[in-house]
Design a protein. Structure first.
Length: 158
């Protein structure tokens, strides 16, 4: 289980929630996933965002899979993963940062989120704390991540 930040291309006049509802309604959970087929612009966005994350945040590893492009960042703040499919993306952070240990990784995740938004034109949203990643507060998100991580540690590791 991970703490997820979600990214979609929101059309003018639509909300993120409306776009997510439409995105989910078009998804058939029983169907084979569609292989990723990036446009030239989407490929260029991926290249720009991986370059910027490497420069501004730190070293990354990346891989291309059949269904998405993926990068990992395992640095001093912690671990996060980005999946990019051109029309959507996500950031996943594991629930292993209890209490105040969650602030550095969440600050890094929100920095990466803003890079994704800048370079891809996708809009980011944090459903855990109901806020956009562009204007949202990483400390609020860190409190949620830290609280759930503490609860999980206390209830599942004894």
């Amino acid at each position: 289980m991970t703490y997820d930040l979600l990214f979609l291309r929101v059309q003018p006049g639509r909300t993120f929630d409306e776009t997510m509802e439409e995105f989910n309604s078009a998804h058939d959970p029983d169907a084979e996933p569609e292989p990723v087929n990036l446009t030239g612009d989407q490929r260029a966005a991926w290249d720009r965002l991986t370059r910027r994350i490497s420069l501004e945040v730190g070293p990354i590893a990346s891989e291309e899979y059949l269904y998405s492009l993926t990068l990992w960042r395992d640095g001093p703040a912690g671990y996060l993963r980005v999946d990019f499919a051109g029309h959507s993306a996500s950031i996943e952070i594991p629930y292993r940062y209890p209490g105040q240990a969650a602030l550095p990784i969440m600050a890094e995740a929100y920095h990466v989120a803003r890079i994704i938004e800048d370079e891809s034109g996708l809009e980011g949203y944090d459903p855990e704390v109901d806020q956009p990643t562009r204007t949202g507060d990483a400390e609020t998100a860190a409190a949620r991540l830290g609280g759930v991580s503490s609860w999980a540690r206390d209830h599942f590791t004894r």
